[in-house]
Design a protein. Structure first.
Length: 316
C-alpha cells in the first residue's frame, strides 16, 4: 500500500491525560486521540507506552489513516511531563522510540521535550517569556529569548508542587487534622471535607489518606472546597490561599530573575485550573509580580496547551 503522509504529529502527555493530534502544515487538526496519563514517573514505562499508543491510534483513526499503509510524519513533537532530569530525558526518549516502533510510524524531525517548555516556546514564538502552571501540580519555565531556558519547581507532589491544587488540598487536610488535635483554629473545612468524602469523623479522613484509595487528583479537587470556605469567611482557608499565592509568586520571581528578564518586556502565560480560575490567588500573584517586573505582559487565553505545542511543531 502507498505511504500515508501527514505534516505534524503533536502529543501532549501529562500525569492525568494524554492528547495526540495530527495536523496539516497550517495547524488545522485532521485527527485527535485521547488516553490516560503518560507520565512515566506516575504510572511507569509500560503504561506510559500504552497511553501514548492509544492516543496516537485514536488520532490516526480520526484522520482515517488506519487502512494498513505505512504512516509518515514530516515533524513529530512529544511534549511530555516527567522530563525533569538527564535520566528522565533518556528514559522518556526510550519510551517514545518504543512507541514509534510499535506503531510502525516514520518521522522526519522528532522532538522530545518537557511539556511546559514546548508550550512556552510555542506560545511566545521563541521570544522572551515565562509560563506559570498551577493545576494539580505547579512549575515555572522561562526563556530569555536567546536560547536559554530556566525552570523552577515541578518536583512533584511528594516533595514539591507548592501552590498547586494538590498542595492546597493537602494543606486543607492538614488543617483539619490539626484542628482535631486542638493545634489549629476552628475551620469549616472539617465539615466540608467530611461531607465531600462521605466520612463520619476525622479519623475516617486520616484512614483514607493512608489507604490504597488515596488519590492525588482527589486531593487536588479539594481546592474548590477551600475556595468555598474562604468565601464563607473561613480564616484558615484564607491563610491557605495566601500561602499558595506566596509560593507561586516565589516560583515565578525566582525564574524570571534567573532568566534575567525581570526588567525587560516579556510575555507571561498562565495555565492550570488554580491560577486561571481562582481570582484571589491570581490577583495576589500578579500584583506581587508587577512590583518586580513592570513591563510584563500577561497573556489571557483559554487555549489549551496542545495549541501551543502545535505551534511549537509548526515552527521547527
Amino acid at each position: 500500500m502507498n505511504d500515508q503522509f501527514f505534516h505534524l504529529l503533536a502529543v501532549d502527555g501529562g500525569g492525568t491525560k494524554t492528547l495526540a493530534v495530527i495536523t496539516d502544515s497550517t495547524g488545522s487538526i485532521l485527527g485527535e486521540g485521547k488516553a490516560g496519563a503518560s507520565n512515566y514517573q506516575v504510572i511507569g514505562k509500560e503504561m506510559a507506552i500504552k497511553a501514548l499508543i492509544t492516543s496516537i491510534q485514536g488520532a490516526l483513526a480520526d484522520a482515517a489513516a488506519l487502512n494498513g499503509g505505512p504512516v509518515r510524519f514530516e515533524k513529530t513533537v512529544f511534549a511530555l511531563a516527567g522530563i525533569d532530569t538527564t535520566n528522565d530525558e533518556l528514559a522518556v526518549r526510550e519510551i517514545v522510540e518504543e512507541t514509534i516502533k510499535q506503531l510502525g510510524l516514520a518521522t522526519g524531525m522528532l522532538l522530545v521535550e518537557n511539556d511546559c517548555l514546548s508550550a512556552l516556546l510555542g506560545a511566545t514564538h521563541n521570544k522572551a517569556g515565562a509560563l506559570l502552571i498551577s493545576g494539580t501540580g505547579s512549575i515555572v519555565f522561562a526563556h530569555d529569548g536567546r536560547g536559554n531556558f530556566f525552570r523552577t519547581g515541578g518536583w512533584g507532589y511528594r516533595v514539591g508542587d507548592e501552590g498547586s491544587g494538590y498542595w492546597i488540598g493537602k494543606e486543607a487536610i492538614r488543617s483539619v487534622l490539626k484542628m482535631n488535635d486542638g493545634r489549629e483554629k476552628e475551620t469549616i473545612l472539617s465539615k466540608l471535607l467530611l461531607q465531600k468524602f462521605g466520612f463520619q469523623k476525622v479519623e475516617d479522613l486520616y484512614n483514607w489518606v493512608y489507604s490504597p484509595s488515596y488519590c492525588v487528583d482527589d486531593v487536588g479537587a479539594l481546592t474548590t472546597l477551600v475556595e468555598e470556605a474562604f468565601k464563607l469567611g473561613d480564616q484558615v482557608s484564607k491563610r491557605i490561599l495566601e500561602d499558595a499565592a506566596a509560593e507561586l509568586s516565589l516560583l515565578l520571581e525566582t525564574t524570571i530573575e534567573k532568566a534575567g528578564i525581570a526588567m525587560d518586556e516579556f510575555q507571561l502565560i498562565l495555565q492550570g485550573g488554580v491560577i486561571q480560575n481562582n481570582q484571589y490567588i491570581r490577583n495576589r500573584v500578579l500584583d506581587c509580580l508587577k512590583t518586580k517586573a513592570e513591563r510584563v505582559k500577561v497573556i489571557d487565553t483559554d487555549q489549551k496547551p496542545i495549541t501551543f505545542i502545535i505551534k511549537r511543531g509548526l515552527n521547527l
